[in-house]
Structure formats: C-alpha cells, structure tokens
Design a protein around this ligand. Structure first.
Ligand code: PEP
Ligand code: MG
Length: 572
C-alpha cells in the first residue's frame, strides 16, 4: 500500500536488511499463566477449555483430510495420535478436574497436567514411546494457542521471504526454522545480547529487537527489517523497496570480493600476535569457520545441538556429532562449552532464568545429563584437540563438584576401556561477579579461562540482558567494567593460564581494542564479526592501546571513554 509506509524503531540485534512478509511466531512464554480464578468462574473456564479442545479437534480433522487427499491414507495416521490425546481421559479430564478443584486458569491446568505426563514419558525406556512425547507437545501447543483465539501459524507453509515476528522468539524456534525460509526477525522484547540475537547473527539473519507495536502487525504484512539502523519499515513504498534492493546487491558484491581474499594472520602493527577464534552455536558452522581461516573454535555453545528439535540426544549420537565437529575442525582446537540451559527463558511463574538454575548449576542438579555430555565429549576427544568449558560458575564448591563428576566420567571410560584423550584441558567461564572476584582461587583447579562479557556486564550493571528497557545501560566502556576486566587480568596474567575473551565485547572493534589495551591477547567472536576484528587487530599498535587503557582507566564517564577509544582505533 503506497503512502502508508510506517517506520518503527527498535534495537539493532543482527546486521543486514531483509524484505519479506511477516509471520507471527507462536509464543507460549507470554501467555498469562497461573492466574487464580474465583470458584464461581470455574464452569466458564472449563467451557473455554472444552471450546479449545473442540477447535483443536476440528483443525486436526481438516489437516487429516488434506493429508489423505495429498499423500494417501498411510500418512494421515500421524494425526490419529494427536486426536487420541484429545480423547484421552487421563489428559482432558484431569485438566478439567484441576480447573474445578484448584481454581486455576485453563492454561495453567494444561501446563501442570502435561508437565506430569512429559515427566512420565521421559522416564520410559522405550525409544518409540518416548518419541510420542512430541505428539503431546504439539497438542499442548495447539490447545494453548486456541485458548488465545489467534490463528495458529503453520511454519510448513512459510512464504519464501518470511520475517518472523513475535513478542519473543525463543532461540530454539529460530534454530528449528534455520533451514526454512526465514529472512528476518523482529521481536518486541529481547536485546542484542539475548541468545536469540546471537543465534540470528550466527545464522546471518537480520534482526531488530525491542520493537514496540509489533502486536498490531499481522501475518502477511509486507515488512523491511533493517538490522543496521534498528528499524522496521511496515508496508514500505516502492521507492524504499528499490533502495533496499539495490543496497542488497551492493552488499552481495562486497561479500563476494572479501570471501575470495586470502586469510591475514592476526598480528598488530607492532608485531604482537593475537589469537582469534570463532564462536559457533551449532555444529554445521565449523566447516565454514575453518574454510574462512579461523584458527580455532573458541566457543561452541553446545546447548542448541544438545536439545536439537526439542529432544535430548543419546550418548552415541552426541559422541558421533562431537567427533564430526573435531574432524571438520581439521586439527584446530575446539572449545566445547557444556550446556548452558536456562538463559533466555523465563519460567512460567515469572522466575528470571538469568538468575536461576542455569549453566553449571543446572548440570549439577541433572548429573545424568551432565555425565552423558561429558562422556560423549571425552569419547570424541580422540578425533582432535578438545577443550571442555564450564559455564556460569559462581562458587568453588560448584567447580569442585564438577571436577569430581569429570573424574568419575573418566574413570568410567577407563573401566569400560573406551579410549579418550586424558590431556583434555578443562576451563571455566568467568561471567559472574563472583567468578570475577575469585578467579585466582580457581587457578589450581582449571587449565584455562574464558571471559564471558555478555553475562559479566549484565550482572555487574544489574540489567537483564534480554530486557530492552535497560539495554542502554549495557556498556562495555563503563568504568565498573573496565576496572573489573583490569582486575581479572591482574589476577590471572601472572599465573600463565590462557584467557580468551568470548563475549560480544570482543566482536565490536572499539571495545575489542579496549580488551587488547587491557592486556588480553586471545579473543573469540562470531563468524560475522571475524573479518572486522581481524582488520582492526592488524591496523592498531598494541603498545598504543596499552597506553590508552592506562588513560581510560582514570576516566569517569562511558561516553568519554568511548570517544577516546574510537579516536584511537579509527584515527579520526
Ligand atoms: C557470555 O556470557 O559472554 C558468553 C559468551 O556466553 P553466552 O552469551 O552464551 O551467555
Ligand atoms: Mg554467558
């Protein structure tokens, strides 16, 4: 519609621009869960639930008929399983009973009953039956959505140029859809440091977050997501579309030119060697990283592959996957970070997972999961240089508990005569203030350190990294952050233990220059950021940055620090 172009501002989350049609993502996280109802409202709530069951049944019958028509009767049995869940008294009647006796809303009753059933499925020893958990998940998703009275999106029928929009899009959804036709992403919540943003960057999907007013945009609306300016253009004019198309053609030409260029070693003007690794989120990225000349995989966030497609892989599949990663790395070291679940998820009852059981805390509460991953990593380690990294460590006790489990796993492998590399280094992420303050106490217990500035900054600045309303306070040039990093370097440098900075602070040339100035000589960044950091390193003098660090450590305001750093890096 010419003339009705509307620009909505948000926050830059992943660079680039995308032109396409909005597709609303189903968003279970923001349904108003767990609200109490008055006893006299229970009947109405049960009716609301029954209506959702009925609507779901009708939808499924339609899908079944369509499937029968298109692919014959054999495939329509897949839908039978879903229809059976809707008839299952254990499921439907228990939900009604919960609404009537506990006086809770239908969404919460569905959640409680399905959680019990999910747990029962998880305890099953039969792989086939365990797989049926997916049917239940699907039906729960459908019921919850039908309670919201909004149309259920079918991701199988995405337009070729889909722009995923929603209040929040979990990283898992983006991951699941990665091979489909998603060209852009826009969300109401979230910030550039959320895992969804990191995932979008590593998939090369332009993204803007913190966009107010997305709720008014329906699926099918023509949109431009400008991840460079941090804006959404709703119903763009023909002229705007032409401008963006010609920009896209120019970008493509530039990319083609740079991909043909030779890899430059990372050495500063005054001959200081900087080690530059790549951060990846899924195994497929290794090949591209190695092909573009990355010297190591400095951070592999394993949780996305670990819970691939919503289910947990078994030890054999994990071992095979990690072995393949190491083989594809062709001798380059790979730092596997053990699963960091919890981050970017909010519990139904509103607990912010940034402060809850995540990272190593989760692994210590779920030792079966942890041991399975460790066994797989050690078994794979015979295929190439492997490093194991523990995330979200905040106490020495947790670290000692993890080390005991690692010793147990190694012992098991020896008993089972399964080969592994006994020299695999084990390191910790410094990403909580507690770890920053006590990293010297960890030295004798670990082989290396990785500095996670994304989390470190959020906890230091007391901001939730996925909350856009405080995103302006995320500032790597804040004196508190500079002092913290300076202190970590002072504590660790004399010990000779390797330290790599793998947070996003290392991925932006000015803040990465600050890291060099503070003394850090090993960085790891996403593939997208790799060339620009490589260019920055080769154009600066390490000595000059060391002097600069001395000056900025005396300054009071982040904006003055940033200005001085930019002047030095860009020589303006
Ligand atoms: C970090 O916190 O800086 C980090 C690298 O880990 P993640 O972004 O996965 O939390
Ligand atoms: Mg982190």
């Amino acid at each position: 519609m010419i003339g009705s172009e509307r620009i909505i501002h948000g926050i830059v989350a992943s660079a680039g621009a995308a032109i396409g049609k909005a597709v609303r993502a189903f968003d279970p996280l923001f349904i108003p869960f767990n609200s109490k109802i008055r006893p006299d409202q229970a009947r109405k709530e049960v009716e609301r639930f029954r209506a959702s069951v009925e609507k779901s049944r009708e939808q499924l019958k339609r899908v079944q008929a369509e499937l029968k028509r298109k692919s014959g009767p054999e495939s329509s049995f897949l839908i039978d399983a879903h229809l059976l869940v809707l008839q299952d008294r254990l499921f439907v009647d228990r939900i009604i009973e919960k609404i009537e006796t506990s006086h809770i809303n239908a969404e919460w009753a569905i959640q409680q009953v399905s959680d019990d059933l999910f747990q029962a499925y998880d305890r099953l020893n039969d792989d086939y039956l365990r797989e049926r958990r997916g049917d239940l998940e699907d039906i729960v998703r459908r019921l919850l959505h039908n309670l919201q009275a909004k149309p259920l999106p079918s991701f199988r029928k995405l337009p070729y140029d889909a722009i995923l929009i929603g209040k929040a899009v979990p990283p898992s959804t983006l991951f699941e859809l990665r091979s489909q036709r998603i060209v852009g992403l826009a969300t109401e919540t979230g910030g550039p440091l959320s895992h969804t943003a990191i995932m979008a960057r590593s998939l090369g999907i332009p993204a803007v977050m913190g966009v107010a007013g997305l709720a008014d945009i329906s699926s099918g609306v023509f949109l431009i997501v400008d991840g460079d300016r941090g804006v959404i253009i709703c119903m763009p004019s023909g002229q705007t579309v032409d401008e963006y198309r010609s920009r896209a053609r120019e970008d493509k030409k530039l990319r083609r030119k740079s991909s043909g260029s030779k890899v430059t070693p990372c050495i500063t003007e005054d001959h200081v060697r900087i080690s530059l690794g790549a951060n990846i989120n899924f195994s497929e990225e290794v090949t591209a990283a190695i092909a573009s000349g990355c010297e190591s995989i400095g951070l592999y966030r394993t949780e996305f592959d670990f819970f691939s497609e919503g289910k947990e892989l078994d030890e054999e599949s994990l071992t095979a996957g990690y072995s393949q990663v190491l083989k594809s790395a062709k001798g380059a070291p790979v730092t596997f970070r053990t699963i960091d679940v919890g981050s970017d998820q909010k519990n139904w009852d509103g607990v912010n997972m940034n402060f809850a059981v995540r990272g190593l805390r989760f692994c210590l509460e779920n030792t079966d999961v942890f041991k399975k991953q460790l066994r797989s990593l050690y078994r794979a380690s015979v295929n190439g240089p492997t490093r194991i990294l523990l995330p979200f460590v905040s106490t020495i006790d947790d670290l000692d508990a993890a080390r005991e489990i690692i010793a147990e796993v190694r012992n098991d492998l020896e008993v089972r005569r399964q080969p592994y590399d006994p020299m695999v280094p084990v390191g910790v992420m410094i990403e909580t203030p507690a770890a920053a303050q006590t990293c010297d106490l960890m030295v004798s217990r670990v082989d290396f350190f990785c500095l996670g500035t994304n989390d470190l900054i959020q906890y230091y600045m007391a901001i939730d990294r996925s909350d856009q309303s405080v995103a302006h306070l995320y500032n790597p040039f804040h004196p508190a952050i500079l002092r913290c990093l300076h202190q970590i370097y002072a504590l660790l440098q004399p010990t000779g233990k390797p330290i790599t900075v793998c947070g996003e602070m290392a991925a932006d040339p000015p803040s990465a220059a600050v890291l060099l100035g503070l003394g850090f000589t090993s960085l790891s960044v996403s593939l997208v950021a790799y060339p620009r950091i490589q260019r920055m390193v080769c154009s600066v003098s390490f000595e000059q940055l060391r002097e600069l660090a001395g000056q900025i450590l005396q300054m009071q305001k982040p904006k003055d620090v940033e200005e001085m750093v930019r002047r030095t890096v860009y020589r303006s």
